[in-house]
Design a protein around this ligand. Structure first.
Ligand code: ADP
Ligand code: ADP
Length: 225
């Protein structure tokens, strides 16, 4: 059964159609990769799921509700940007606490929630550091923890590993997979790297020119490219 459904979704920038009549069913707890060359519509699709862009056609359903026109901050969809977008003047703790505070969480509940988020990404010992003191991989983990503590129904990651060097990329692949499986959160990540998609994803959606060219498990995609 489908948890997140894109139904005949069409997305455009003015007269430029970026995504056309896209149908996609995503299961709860799935780790899905959106794979394809630059310009094929991956980021645009993610933006629409996040609520940063209104479709020109079609619908988006999440957990039984039509969210096509629901505001971005009311969708329970988390977004981790390629740039991490951390606050450099704040500590790791304060970065992870930021969204929770906006929701009104305070005191012991907040401390416990942030501590558990940092523990889940292996950063418990870094709570009091400023983020520019951390490595790229550690900053990526802070961004991941910051989104995870909000308990999104879906977490979207835009090229999550692309800013890391080769060694860290391998390490973060394992880390991302572990956090996803342990939390059971439904996750969609964008990549143009086929090896990364094959290594990480439960299913891969291959996009081309704003449409789905192929969809399947890594085995299926690998055996029938
Ligand atoms: P990526 O392919 O890595 O997502 P791009 O370099 O294509 O990033 O795009 C970078 C920024 O430029 C994005 O904010 C995107 O929305 C914008 N952009 C991409 N293509 C166009 C375009 N044809 N006209 C205007 N803005 C664009
Ligand atoms: P991808 O993420 O797969 O690289 P995008 O979703 O960024 O692709 O882009 C899909 C199409 O939409 C491309 O033709 C791109 O040029 C266009 N596009 C993206 N962002 C903008 C924008 N801000 N304005 C105009 N066109 C854009």
């Amino acid at each position: 059964t489908s948890f997140l459904t894109l139904d005949k979704l069409s997305l455009a920038y003015g007269n430029t159609v970026a995504v056309k009549d896209l149908d996609l069913d995503i299961r709860k707890g799935e780790l899905l990769a959106l794979l394809g060359p630059s310009g094929c519509g991956k980021t645009t699709t993610m933006r629409s799921i996040a609520g940063l862009m209104t479709p020109v056609g079609g619908r988006i359903r999440l957990d039984g509700a039509d969210i096509t026109r629901v505001a971005a901050n009311k969708r329970a969809v988390g977004l981790v940007f390629q740039s991490y977008a951390l606050f450099p003047h704040l500590t790791v703790f304060e970065n992870v606490a930021f969204g929770l505070k906006l929701k009104g969480m305070r005191g012991a509940e907040l401390e416990a929630k942030v501590a558990s988020g940092l523990k889940s990404v292996g950063l418990a010992a870094f709570a009091d550091r400023k983020t520019p003191e951390l490595s790229g991989g550690q900053q990526q983990r802070v961004a991941l923890a910051r989104s995870m503590v909000m308990e999104p129904k879906v977490l979207l990651l835009d090229e999550p590993l692309s800013n890391l060097d080769a060694r860290l990329r391998l390490e973060m692949r394992t880390e991302l997979q572990r956090v996803q499986k342990e939390s059971g959160v439904t996750m969609i990540f964008v990549t143009h790297d086929q090896v990364e998609a094959l290594a990480l994803a439960d299913r891969i959606v291959v996009m081309k020119n704003g449409a789905i060219e192929q969809i399947g498990t890594p085995e299926e995609i690998y055996n029938h490219p």
